[in-house]
Design a protein around this ligand. Structure first.
Ligand code: GDP
Ligand code: IMO
Ligand code: MG
Length: 422
């Protein structure tokens, strides 16, 4: 068993970055497998604080090779800034590679994201406006430009010209800003020297590493509820964070994927629009937002808050093969008399334990809760499960019993060392 997938179980921001960084010293290779800089992964250790958007969270372990896979859409200007900022902070980026099949995200994708959201009006998704959807649209339209294309300047110019003309036609329909292909060409070819040596066939690299029995960790972005296929469509992102997408998104055989660590907060959050059955609006949600610092890493937006939803965890177990869970931000639930966990939904008078396929039905789901007693003790310095307050242990055991998934990690603070392994 030499691979592990780290996947968010909810609507993102579950603490994937923290857990991937924590685990990375056990792994030779760390691969980000989808999404782009819509992600924001926070890592804290030794009084240092990093927020990564594109680079895998294994970058802080000098021995780990970090890979941006073919499944990603990568804003090259953001990547170059992120590399330079890490180098400025003393982090070595020599061990960073990019798939020659990963798609490049250009400035016109960002403008198109804005235009499409405006067009949707009240039905907007509430995207991060980083151009993610439009870049994946180009991939599926079979006009996308990939990192391998960047290395041949003539054909890169040809492909870029066609795409800029095409994007400008759409943008002018909306009255949005249009783009100058030469300016983009000059800017993007100026990055070649910085990244040329990093562009490789990552499918070959990862497969060889697995065959040599090296340990590989696959880090997802977003979460299963934002999955294009299995999330709360259409309020989702444009890729598949589910672990089942790892093989395709990394160019490896599915036989290598056996262990899937689902990352869940001890409660639920969501940024952007879309139904959220366990969402709460009260003093408790305000307190959780404040203590948990629930503001988006990428956009700074207030995160919506709700109780933990085990229907969602069971959904993740089925569609994403979750074998183990890490429960994060358990410390944030300290100080509440009562805590609730959703165990099923009431949909139009019927009890269900799955996520309905339409957003209309999902919006009508009323959570069925069990209530548990809370705990008052500070748990942020606790290092073992046995030392947790009894009610915190009961909370964890209830999640295990309700979902049938083993909990192997509990996180009690944002720092690397505030982690309990069971
Ligand atoms: P990701 O996108 O899944 O990597 O998660 P984010 O980094 O966007 O959001 C998680 C937030 O929770 C970050 O601010 C982390 O520093 C913080 N965090 C992670 N684990 C814990 C924890 O156990 N307790 C607390 N209080 N904060 C945590
Ligand atoms: P990490 O990896 C939280 C949400 C957006 C929006 C929807 C679609 O940090 O967990 P997009 O820009 O992808 O087209 O937006 O998805 N979203 C995230 N929410 N964490 C993320 O990433 C997210 N990435 C996208 O808010 O609702
Ligand atoms: Mg995040």
């Amino acid at each position: 068993m030499n691979s592990l997938v780290v996947v968010g179980t909810g609507w993102g921001d579950e603490g994937k970055g923290k857990i991937t960084d924590y685990l990375s010293n056990k792994f030779d290779v760390c691969v980000r497998y989808q999404g782009g800089n819509n992600a924001g992964h926070t890592i804290k250790f030794d009084n240092k604080h990093f927020a990564l958007n594109l680079i895998p969270s294994g970058i802080f372990n000098p021995k780990t090779i970090n890979i941006l896979s073919n499944g990603m859409v990568i804003d090259l200007s953001v990547l170059v800034k992120e590399i330079n900022s890490l180098i400025d902070q003393g982090i070595n980026c020599q061990n960073l590679y990019i798939s020659n099949r990963a798609h490049i995200l250009f400035p016109y994708h960002i403008e198109l994201d804005e235009a499409f959201e405006n067009l949707k009006g009240d039905n907007r998704v509430g995207t991060t406006k980083r151009g993610i959807g439009p870049c994946y649209i180009d991939k599926y339209m079979r006009i996308g430009i990939r990192f391998g294309d960047l290395l041949n300047k003539d054909s890169f110019y040809e492909k870029l010209s066609l795409n800029v003309d095409y994007a400008n036609k759409i943008l002018s329909l909306f009255g949005n800003k249009i783009f100058d292909k030469d300016k983009i060409f000059n800017k993007y070819t100026s990055y070649i020297d910085t990244i040329k040596s990093k562009i490789i066939d990552t499918s070959v690299f990862i497969t060889n590493s697995l065959n040599e029995n090296k340990n590989v960790i696959f880090e997802g972005a977003q979460g299963i509820m934002l999955c294009l296929d299995h999330g709360t469509y259409p309020y989702v992102t444009s890729s598949s964070p589910s672990a089942s997408s790892v093989a395709l998104n990394c160019g490896i055989s599915p036989q290598y994927i056996q262990k899937v660590l689902g990352i869940t907060k001890a409660y639920s959050t969501r940024v952007g629009e879309g139904a959220f059955p366990t969402e709460i609006f009260c003093e408790t949600s305000k307190k959780i937002r404040k203590i948990g610092n629930e503001y988006g890493t990428t956009t700074g937006r207030e995160r919506r808050i709700g109780w933990l939803d085990t229907v969602i965890l069971k959904h993740g177990k089925r569609v994403s093969g979750i074998t183990n869970l890490a429960v994060t931000l358990l410390d944030v639930l300290t100080g509440f008399d009562k805590l609730k966990i959703c165990v099923a939904y009431n949909l139009d008078g019927k009890k269900i334990e799955f996520i309905p396929s339409t957003i209309e039905e999902f919006s009508r789901c009323e959570p069925i809760y069990i209530e548990l007693d809370g705990w008052m003790e500070d748990i942020t310095q606790i290092k073992s499960f046995d030392d947790l307050p009894d009610n915190a242990k009961k909370y964890i055991k209830t999640i295990e019993l309700t979902t049938g998934i083993k909990i192997s990690i509990i996180s009690v603070g944002p720092n690397r060392n505030q982690t309990i392994e069971i």
